[in-house]
Design a protein around this ligand. Structure first.
Ligand SMILES: [Zn+2]
Length: 446
């Protein structure tokens, strides 16, 4: 049977804004396969433009570059980027919104994106409408890898959802929304809502979909869809297995944050993240120098599209590893082999050892039946492991988890496991897995 709502939505999408959005979408799909030389040329051109714009129209950058004695004209090639100072979230926040946004872009064009606050500094990123169109096209491009066609139904799992911006998608029943909080409160009701909407795709944080998937497995339920897109949150192989067991579909992750959505994405090979270098410059820095291939470093992002609030060499507080290996999929976009978690997942012990707390994911994630939520807190050389248990948790399981932690971290750290009633998520619905007052400084920045 022909789905008329889908058909009308498709036609509307193709011709709205004089076909501009459709053109962007097609252009972004093609960009993936253009020769890398061409892409680098576009990247550098866009970089020069936004740099000039930021220096001229954003007080913060004018002041920053003047005091560092550097001008946009000094940037003659991409590697000159290291002449520019790096930018911290706290500096931007303290400068005040009027000083970090472009004076020549009207506030009427603004949209607000809130960072999750998982680094303890909540921050609002302003974007303009042009950027939002680009970002939307990039999102659909990711879904296309899982066989998306415009008009497919998408269930979006997140706490912030702007219905006004999605007027047509709501009218034509193409998008629906579930909040992470609702899933946590009543997973069975959330599951029913999902089935009723009958989506082709789900866009979600890994922690939320895991809860639905575990519920389905425990109750022997199945649900078929085209694909699941995990946005900007960690997911290991164990979690992926749980999701795939319940949904039996493609599960792909992307690299997104409020400071830059859809920075990178997994292709059908699901190895690493292709970085769209026409939209971003991604640097990976180890001790103030570009990290070598396969070397872990701190990620700096330069968003080439957001002219309302330029972010140039911004410390996004993630760690990553570049690889020069080509992907078998044929896309030219370079690859970040791995996003090695947030900087706050790395701690320095008193005897100078750097430990990655990410191993907790592999201890905790297979135990979805027993653990509803967890959070690792590191302070004064002591690690507190908070666990919000499910009804299935028992003494034996708790002891087993204790032993596993002891095996991995016991030699280097004092730790204590605490059972709690609740663990607060970030406002966006993303769970805060790590709290750390003394993160390591891989990039070597001051
Ligand atoms: Zn690929």
């Amino acid at each position: 049977m022909i789905d008329f709502k889908k058909k009308i939505f498709y036609i509307n999408y193709k011709y709205k804004n004089k076909g501009k959005n459709w053109k962007l979408f097609q252009e972004q799909i093609e960009n993936q396969y253009r020769p890398i030389k061409e892409l680098r040329k576009i990247q550098f051109q866009r970089f020069k433009e936004i740099l000039k714009h930021a220096y001229k129209n954003v007080n913060f950058y004018k002041k920053l570059y003047d005091s560092a004695n550097v001008k946009p004209e000094d940037i003659q090639k991409l590697s000159d980027i290291n002449k520019l100072p790096v930018v911290k979230k706290l500096e931007l926040k303290q400068s005040g919104i009027d000083n970090i946004t472009a004076g020549n872009i009207s506030k009427g064009r603004w949209a607000e994106n809130h960072t999750s606050g998982s680094t303890n500094i909540p921050f609002t990123v302003i974007s303009d409408k042009n950027y939002d169109d680009q970002e939307h096209a990039a999102w659909l491009r990711e879904l296309s890898i899982m066989n998306y066609s415009p008009g497919d139904k998408i269930l979006r799992i997140r706490n912030h959802y702007d219905k006004r911006g999605n007027f047509l998608t709501t009218i034509f029943n193409r998008e629906s929304h579930l909040s992470c909080d609702d899933i946590e409160k009543n997973v069975s009701k959330a599951y029913e809502k999902m089935v009723k909407f009958n989506p082709d795709f789900i866009e979600t944080f890994s922690t939320s979909i895991i809860k639905i998937a575990s519920f389905m497995i425990n109750n022997d339920l199945k649900f078929k869809l085209k694909g699941i897109q995990i946005m900007g949150s960690p997911m290991d192989e164990n979690q992926k297995k749980v999701i795939k067991k319940a949904f039996d579909t493609t599960v792909l992750k992307d690299y997104s944050s409020a400071e830059g959505m859809r920075i990178g994405y997994q292709c059908e090979k699901a190895k690493g993240y292709h970085i769209d270098i026409t939209r971003f410059i991604i640097e990976i820095i180890r001790n103030k120098k570009p990290a070598k291939e396969d070397e872990k470093g701190e990620i700096l992002i330069t968003n080439l599209e957001n002219w309302a609030m330029p972010l140039i060499r911004y410390r996004i507080k993630d760690c990553g590893i570049f690889t020069n290996k080509k992907c078998g999929c044929g896309r030219s976009f370079p690859i970040i082999k791995d996003i090695k978690g947030r900087l706050i997942e790395h701690i320095k012990t008193t005897d100078g050892k750097v430990l990655w707390l990410g191993m907790f994911n592999s201890i905790m994630n297979p135990e979805v039946k027993f653990i509803n939520k967890f959070q690792i807190q590191y302070k004064d050389d002591k690690m507190i492991v908070l666990i919000k248990p499910t009804e299935f948790m028992n003494e034996k399981k708790l002891k087993e988890i204790n032993n596993k932690i002891d095996d991995i971290y016991g030699d280097d750290l004092n730790f204590e496991v605490k059972i709690v009633d609740n663990i607060k998520s970030a406002e966006s619905g993303k769970e805060i897995l790590y709290k750390n007052e003394n993160p390591t400084n891989l990039g070597g920045f001051d």
